[in-house]
Design a protein around this ligand. Sequence first.
Ligand code: AMP
Length: 545
Amino acid sequence: MMDAPLQIARILDHGSTVHGTAEVVTWTGAEPRRMSYAEVGRQAARLAHALREELGVTGDERVATFMWNNAEHLVAYFAVPSMGAVLHTLNLRLFPDQVSYIANHAEDRVVIVDSTLIPLLAKAIGAMTTVRHVVVVGGGDPAPLLAATGDRVAVHRWEELLAGRPDRYDWPEVDERDAAALCYTSGTTGNPKGVAYSHRSIYLHSLQICMPEGFGLGPTDRELAIVPMFHAMSWGLPYAAFLSGASLIMPDRFLQAEPIAAMIAAERPTLAGAVPTIWTDLLSYLDAHDVDTSSLTEVIVGGSACPPALMHAFSERHGIEVVHAWGMTEMSPLGSVSRPPAGATGEEAWRYRYTQGRVPAGVQARIVGPLGEPLPADGTSVGELEVRGPWVAARYVGDDAPDAEKFRDGWLRTGDVGTLSPDGFITLTDRAKDVIKSGGEWISSVELENALMAHPDVVEACVVGVPDERWGERPLATVVLREGAEVGAEQLRDFLAGSVARWQLPERWAVIDAVPKTSVGKFDKKVVRSRYAEGDLTVRELAAP
Ligand code: AMP
């Protein structure tokens, strides 16, 4: 067989010619902007010419983006790796000192920024020591960037930089194992860690995203990509869209329920992907407003455990099927997608859908015990999940990375705890660091949260382990109640007693306005624990039942 490298430029060429009439729609709050995939191809060529000839980007230099999900970000997604450089998606929700730490660690040379984000980048760029060029997309005033950097950094405007450049580029043949893109973990503990995706890993991962057992993307689909392009490469959706011909709908900075509902009604997506918190907000909105969501048959929910109550609500009240998926930045990110096997119907099918899903051929999984000893894939043995495969990271970027803790005998230690069934379905009970250890027994914080979120008055519930003199640790339940709801801690505990063992029922309860979230929209349990430790929560302690 021919030895053709699996490279991003091939995906770009394919999408921009064979699927040249597919489009990327960028929401603007007013009239949406539309760009055909053919035009994305032309702009990618112009950007690559500009980066090479004007900004002097060569070899595997890093070109960072500090951007929302939009057409220009998509152009950068293709231009930078196709020319042989490395795309680095910076997480704009991190603190400025974390952003500059990451940019320095990656040795970013160029940053492409949306003009609406100039004030935010200005807070970080002063400390970014390797950046020499900033490219501003849109018409904002770049003065804050210049003020922060003096003459160390040259500021360019996207439109002017690309104008008049050739709309074809002779993409070089790269080694498929070379780095194409770089993404840092959201780093809730310690410094964020860099994961370098290769051309080969992205290509193979994109194929899996398109598979029916993946997200099932095809040329008649319109994918609403809410998951940020700085969070695990938007779950691979941009590349998968160009491979399959699916159009993309990009929300830009309009991430609240109301504009998302408007996007769905106007742009008629068939598929969408986001973390559970986005869907929780959207559900409340859809319940209260008359929105035409009839185009949307399926949404992919991952990044955190999806509460079963959310799945049922979308399915039963809005005819939208929630498909649960699991993954990690270290896994490109796809690990598993929860589609019931042939023959499963009714309650049995639902039980499959609650799980984190089934691993594809490209992901090998195993469960290990405390000493790293493999446990049986029998659906009941509980341990840490380890994975390996062609789109799973083998190490982190840099010599300072804590590889020893995260990699063992060629496997990635996920830090997730759960079971693996003989037919490859993963069920996670918790993050290893979030499991509550009470009197020598383990309590799953996620199980308590899911059970609580099934209560009609509970919008969100976040459960953490807190120190307890007698038991070592006990669960603290923090809940966000529906507006006007008056349900009390005793009633919630009684409700939980219907589905949770008595000894697991929390004694400590706090009603909060909102669950604190991480930079990628997950429950931030570290913050909840520290608020409790500092006495910032009003906690009711119930007597033992
Ligand atoms: P990140 O790299 O930021 O995407 O975080 C990866 C981690 O998110 C995983 O190791 C899990 O702990 C968690 N996660 C992702 N998807 C799910 C899911 N469907 N259910 C439970 N946890 C999830």
